[in-house]
Design a protein around this ligand. Structure first.
Ligand code: G6P
Length: 368
């Protein structure tokens, strides 16, 4: 049956390994590969040039997907994005306008805070869009536009494949919005669609890093704290990496924007503080290197997730390095998610915690 773990020890492992396949499903519904274009699933046409702002709200991992999407919508579509966690959004009394599209991201489509935010926006007469995994969920039913992510059932409490499928759909929407708003040329759209169409292959490559990542688990499991750093779209990923680690292994972990290190967390750095840096060799890489140097100078232990070029340019001895393939900018956040998922998975397995049912957590939180 579909609820079967197959040959895997845990649903989480199965769901991590399903990512090449489900990412393939997701993009095939949003991308016209031959034409090099984004096209929405039938009946959900939307013209992003008709709006002035996107207002996103979500919880947990889905919120981090939204945070990543903010960078994309603003960069590729010049569409301003306001995003908040659902439990705060509702109480902010933020000014909402006619030119806004309210977008909710939820794997289950049942999260109480997200649903309450949706209903709040509906009362204000806003158009409601939802990026959901469960198409028959309450959030999907109460939305005007539904953007399914096609990840298939996700059983493990910690979200993995739903996160990357949410990102795949959001990236597609951002590219579509970019074209509709006249910010991307046909050529640029084609190039981005081409990059996104390689997602399954890249995910397959990333999974091959598993034996190397598994070797980090004994080291990680001895730590009581961990700091994850990233800049640009790697920043939400640092937040997601920290969330996964704390959820699964109960190691206290924090994600920080790399540039914010000097404004606080640097005080925590000593030889007992592992610092996990998510940094593909992109436009902000050099700045992140200087943050790593600040960590190294204070004796912090660095585990760097980067590519060949990044490894060469690191200029500081990272204690551990996980080298990913070189990736187009728009796909990097999705693919870098995989080693982070595998790291928390293997750390949890090594420590013997309940991977699929971490203590005190629920798959779908239906209380506010
Ligand atoms: C719970 C789950 C998380 C999930 C969050 C939001 O906290 O444990 O994995 O990210 O809810 O859930 P949703 O179904 O709305 O995406």
């Amino acid at each position: 049956t579909m609820m079967d773990k197959g040959n895997y020890r845990h649903f989480m492992a199965k769901e991590i390994h399903e990512q090449p396949e489900v990412l393939g499903h997701a993009i095939s519904q949003y991308l016209k590969f031959n034409e090099g274009k984004v096209a929405l699933p039938e009946g959900n046409d939307f013209d992003f040039s008709k709006i002035n702002r996107l207002v996103i709200s979500a919880c947990g991992t889905a919120y981090y997907a939204g945070l990543t999407a903010k960078y994309w919508f603003e960069k590729y579509a010049r569409l301003p994005v306001d995003i908040d966690i659902a439990s705060e959004f509702r109480y902010r009394e933020m000014p909402l306008g006619e030119g806004d599209l309210a977008l909710f991201i939820s794997q289950s489509g049942e999260t109480a805070d997200t649903l309450a935010s949706l209903r709040y926006c509906k009362e204000q007469g806003m158009t409601i869009g939802a990026v959901v995994n469960v198409p028959e969920s309450t959030i999907a039913r109460e939305s005007d536009l539904v953007f399914p992510i096609f990840a298939g059932p996700e059983i493990g409490v910690a979200s993995t494949k739903a996160f990357t499928c949410q990102l795949a759909v959001l990236a597609s929407l951002a590219v579509l919005a970019g074209r509709q708003r006249g910010n991307l040329s046909e050529e640029q759209e084609k190039e981005l669609v081409g990059a996104l169409s390689e997602l399954p292959a890249h995910a397959m490559q990333a999974l091959k890093l598993e034996p190397e990542i598994e070797k980090l688990a004994p080291w990680m499991s001895k730590k009581h704290h961990a700091l994850f750093l990233g800049r640009g779209t790697s920043f939400p990923l640092a937040l997601e990496g920290a969330l996964k680690l704390k959820e699964l292994s109960y190691i206290h972990a924090e994600g920080y924007a790399a540039g914010e290190l000097k404004h606080g967390p640097i005080a925590l750095i000593d030889e007992n503080m592992p610092v996990l840096v998510v940094a593909p060799f992109d436009g902000v890489y050099e700045k992140t290197v200087s943050n790593m140097q600040e960590v190294a100078a204070r004796g912090g232990e660095i585990a760097l997730f980067t590519d060949e070029k990044g490894a060469e340019a690191a200029g500081v001895a990272a204690d551990q390095m996980i080298i990913l393939p070189e990736l187009p900018e728009i796909v990097a956040p999705l693919i870098y998610a995989l080693p982070l998922q595998m790291l928390s998975y293997h750390t949890a397995v090594f420590m013997g915690t309940d991977v699929d049912q971490p203590r005190n957590l629920a798959k779908s939180v239906t209380v506010e």
